[in-house]
Write a protein that binds this ligand. Structure first.
Ligand SMILES: [Zn+2]
Length: 275
């Protein structure tokens, strides 16, 4: 199972900015209703039509299209993709939402699994929207403090892996980067959040910021089908140390990497380095 995490969504955002920034959306066609989470009153298409794409932002794993009066929140979930194509180009069968632009091109949302979701909210209500209101800080030094991590982890009996996947603690981390962060911090993924020492929380904090920043710079990790709107993937897969490396030798100690289930997710770690 692969879901785009913060670095991949950041890359998608940057690709889209090059292609559709300042374009006006003239019309919207929804071919698969379930992709639209809200508003549920059928005004999604009519509200967007005529609005300009003022900017494109990201919060956690959510893409935010800032329009004139509203914000389109898009979560790609497992297989969601945006493509910009000439309107004359035939649609593939996995195209579910089409935004016709004033250039004559179309911004097309494709999703093989149909798990992705879009919400349209008024600008003033963006931060109180349920998708964003409970998100924790972004994994950057300016937003994420050691104190916040300590406060969160000190009251959690569940595993540190599960806490890293919890978007309330830090926004944007998923299965790949959680495993990489725990390896870099030398912390066993099954350790209870509350069992971490102050030194371990400090190491975890440093690894979260370091790994997410490097992954953003690399354009994310390309596994299976992920790519941005230019069809370009990232290259962080070259830096992976434990994720997908079951049975390969640890880069630090040559112990074979193990795979177990933690928080219902396949979890990769070094049994010698991570205690
Ligand atoms: Zn090791």
């Amino acid at each position: 199972m692969f879901m785009p995490e913060l670095p991949e969504v950041e890359n998608v955002k940057n690709g889209l900015k090059d292609l559709v920034l300042n374009r006006k959306i003239e019309a919207v066609t929804v071919l698969w209703d379930n992709i639209i989470k809200d508003p549920a009153d059928g005004t999604f298409q009519s509200t967007i039509s005529g609005q300009r794409i003022e900017s494109i932002e990201r919060r956690g794993k959510f893409l935010l299209f800032i329009l004139d009066t509203h914000v389109l929140i898009s979560h790609l979930r497992m297989e969601g993709k945006f493509r910009v194509e000439e309107a004359s180009k035939p649609l593939t069968k996995h195209t579910h939402v089409i935004f016709r632009l004033d250039t004559g091109e179309e911004l097309r949302y494709l999703d093989v699994r149909k798990f992705g979701r879009m919400s349209l909210v008024e600008k003033d209500n963006l931060l109180s929207h349920p998708s964003l209101s409970t998100l924790g800080p972004e994994p950057v030094a300016e937003a994420l403090s050691v104190q916040w991590l300590s406060q969160f982890l000190n009251t959690r009996k569940r595993s540190v892996k599960s806490c890293l996947l919890d978007q309330k603690m830090v926004a944007g981390i998923g299965n790949i980067y959680a495993d990489e962060i725990l390896f870099a911090s030398k912390i066993h993924p099954e350790r209870a959040g509350e069992s971490l020492s102050p030194a371990e929380i400090k190491a975890l904090h440093g690894s979260i910021i370091d790994i997410m920043q490097k992954a953003v710079r690399a354009g994310g990790t390309t596994i299976r089908t992920y790519s941005n709107a230019h069809g370009k993937g990232g290259n962080y897969q070259q830096n992976l140390t434990v994720y997908g490396k079951t049975g390969k030798l640890c880069v630090n100690c040559q112990t074979p990497i193990s795979k177990i289930k933690v928080a219902q997710r396949g979890t990769h770690y070094c049994p010698t380095c991570q205690i």
